[in-house]
Design a protein around this ligand. Structure first.
Ligand SMILES: C[S@@+](CC[C@H](N)C(=O)[O-])C[C@H]1O[C@@H](n2cnc3c(N)ncnc32)[C@H](O)[C@@H]1O
Length: 479
């Protein structure tokens, strides 16, 4: 099989002669003679031939962290589509979008096409001809191949600038918020200095062993292709996780040799770093501290996994929830509450709090965490989030003194939930999200009837070096 990735770094000197390797790769690029190129069977040869090499300037980044280049279509090739912005397309596209990873806007790069789609192409990066001043050396030797990180080649300040820009752009494109308004409400991305060795949970995978006598690939998906890459250590995971990783990998192979692994099934391993050390058993209870509270939860259950960033996020949610605009809130509803993180952290600032969560095991944990921390003004309900508005309890809350915090999974809140939330009409809504695209979609719904105003959005850099953005939006009732 031909492996595509390898990048050379070409200095910005005018002669462009000084070529140094920027990333060490497992499969160094060897110049391919035409006869060595095997064109994949399903390759569509329009508009570019397989492995066509070209130079392009990177215009921007998608919110998946991939570079966007706009290139001219080859002479004589016309593709149906919108007339180009200069108006001379006569119903045919002349510009074409090519996506390429591991680049930074403004860079001139050399790329190589490996797939044509109906309206764009995908390419590998061959070399950076004119590097961005924001380009840095990744700490990880496989940063260019592993799909876990998208931004190790970008300085963290610039990563955070782009994360903010992505939130502004998503609010405009999906949320219908004008650019100027987005620029005003979306604040700077909040981050900490711990930009490596911060992840307290790692879940590497291996594929079905079948007839193999050794599992030599335990890791994550490669960039751009559905294939695992071996990850013997991970620079964004805590040092303790990295120390435990060789033992975990060895145990998988010991179990394979002992015939204990299913031949036809791959699996995902767990390494959860908490107060007890690094735990591998999903069902083992672990504890961790966030600000002045202790949380106990099953190692395999959801818990935010950047302990350095978490206090900032919790403080922000609690500050916004209790609020100053329109007076202090007395009642808190925490929807999608997990093991009670926001609800319990905010409990001191409220008379009464209620959390709702669909996973009954997490609800048990939340109840136990309330007891563990001597908190008596929080109640937790095991049900789907919209159910909170059907019971009598929350309906009796004073709406002008109630804040609803929501922190749904990546797919965002359901329409039914948002409909009920709008009908209930709390004074304030604090919406934490790990999916800024679905948050933008839900924002559009929350703002549609002009019952709420979007007062502020803060992106949190929970996962430096990756494209992931945690974003918190605060809505205030308009009256
Ligand atoms: C992003 S986590 C947030 C958990 C918690 N706020 C925290 O920070 O630890 C989302 C939570 O929503 C829960 N969930 C998913 N769908 C739900 C639904 N329809 N109703 C209530 N909870 C749901 C998941 O089980 C998960 O615990």
């Amino acid at each position: 099989m031909l492996l595509r990735s390898s990048i050379a770094f070409i200095s910005s000197s005018p002669s462009r002669l000084s070529v140094t390797k920027l990333f060490s790769t497992v499969n160094p690029l060897t110049p391919l003679t035409p006869s060595a190129v095997v064109v994949p069977k399903k390759f569509v040869p329009t508009p570019f031939p397989y492995h066509h090499v070209m130079e392009a300037t990177v215009e921007s980044l998608t919110n998946l962290g991939v570079g966007v280049c706009r290139v001219k279509l080859p002479e004589g090739v016309a593709v149906d589509g919108d007339v180009d912005s200069n108006g001379d397309g006569e119903g045919k596209k002349k510009d074409w979008v090519v996506f390429v990873p591991s680049v930074i806007p403004g860079e001139l790069v050399q790329l190589r096409i490996y797939r044509n789609f109906a309206s764009y192409s995908s390419a590998d990066l061959l070399s950076v001809l004119s590097p961005s001043p924001h380009r840095v050396s990744p700490q990880c030797s496989i940063a260019n191949e592993c799909g876990g990180c998208q931004y190790q080649h970008v300085d963290v300040g610039y990563q955070r600038k782009w994360k903010r820009m992505h939130v502004v752009e998503l609010l405009e494109r999906i949320g219908g918020i004008e650019r100027e308004e987005g620029e005003r409400v979306v604040k700077e991305t909040v981050g900490t200095d711990e930009v490596y060795n911060y992840r307290s949970k790692l879940t590497p995978h291996y594929e079905a062993p079948r007839d193999r006598t050794e599992i030599d690939v335990i890791g994550f998906q490669r960039k751009q292709i559905r294939q695992l890459i071996d990850v013997p250590s991970c620079v964004i995971a805590t040092e303790e996780i990295n120390e435990a990783l060789p033992g975990v990998r060895q145990r998988v192979n010991d179990r394979l040799k002992a015939g204990e692994l299913k031949k036809k099934k791959g699996a995902t391993l767990l390494l959860r770093h908490a107060n007890e050390g690094v735990i591998f058993d999903h069902n083992q209870y672990v504890t961790t501290n966030v600000l002045d509270l202790q949380f106990k939860f099953k190692a395999g259950n959801f818990f935010q996994n950047n302990p350095y960033m978490l206090p900032n996020m919790v403080n922000y949610v609690v500050d916004q929830a209790k609020g100053e605009i329109g007076g202090e809130m007395t009642h808190l509803v925490d929807c999608y509450c997990g093991s009670g993180l926001f609800c319990l952290s905010a409990s001191k600032s409220f008379d009464v709090c209620v959390g709702i969560e669909v996973n009954d095991k997490a609800v048990e944990e939340a109840q136990q965490n309330a007891a563990l921390n001597g908190i008596t003004n929080c109640e937790f309900i095991a049900a789907s989030a919209e159910q909170i508005f059907y019971g009598g309890q929350v309906q009796s809350y004073p709406k002008d003194k109630t804040c609803v915090v929501i922190d749904p999974p990546r797919k965002g809140a359901s329409e039914e939930f948002l409909e009920q939330l709008l009908k209930f009409g709390p004074k304030r809504i604090v919406y934490m999200s790990c999916g800024p695209d679905t948050q933008a979609r839900d924002t559009k719904i929350l703002l549609a009837e002009k019952k709420y105003k979007l007062s502020e959005v803060v992106p949190f850099d929970l996962f430096p070096q990756t494209r992931h953005i945690e974003s918190c939006a605060v809505f205030e009732r308009s009256d």
